[in-house]
Design a protein around this ligand. Structure first.
Ligand code: DQA
Length: 140
């Protein structure tokens, strides 16, 4: 089972960035634990602040991996290019948001990605990534 986690802009600052919203744990510390929890999964992690790099990674993994866990961060609400990449590939995509985007500003309520996602997790903190892994294992 090959799963790639793709994180978008500013998520490299997890643990430092607005901890009241995103928590105080870095993604690398969380990712270590995630790998220990699911030894049967071959995880890849990718983060970029650049829209095109995210499109490239979705294309590169989308025909080869068993699942993509995508937190496109702010690009969720703006990027037709990332939405088109998600629509183009074969792998199921689980859209994850650490915060409950529906309890925040109106511009965060719309996602270009959700239409082509297998499902969406929002508001469960980093645990949402675990829930996404559980779902991908369940459907495999
Ligand atoms: C986010 C929510 C987005 O609205 C925001 O731009 C982010 C992170 C989340 O994980 O809660 O950068 O995707």
């Amino acid at each position: 089972m090959k799963i790639v986690i793709i994180n978008g802009p500013n998520l490299n600052l997890l643990g430092v960035r607005e901890p009241g919203i995103y928590g105080s744990e870095s993604f690398s510390s969380f990712f270590d634990k995630l790998q220990q929890t699911y030894p049967q999964v071959d995880f890849t992690f990718f983060q970029s602040n650049h829209e095109g790099a995210l499109v490239d990674k979705i294309q590169e993994t989308g025909f080869e991996y068993d699942g993509i866990i995508l937190n496109a961060a702010a690009y969720t609400h703006t990027s037709v290019a990332i939405a088109d990449a998600v629509a183009a590939i074969k792998a199921p995509v689980v859209e994850v948001h650490i915060s409950n985007v529906y309890a925040r500003e109106d511009f965060r309520h719309h996602s270009y990605i959700s239409k082509n996602a297998a499902g969406v997790m929002a508001g469960f903190g980093l645990h949402g990534y675990r829930m996404a892994v559980d779902y991908l294992l369940y459907r495999s």
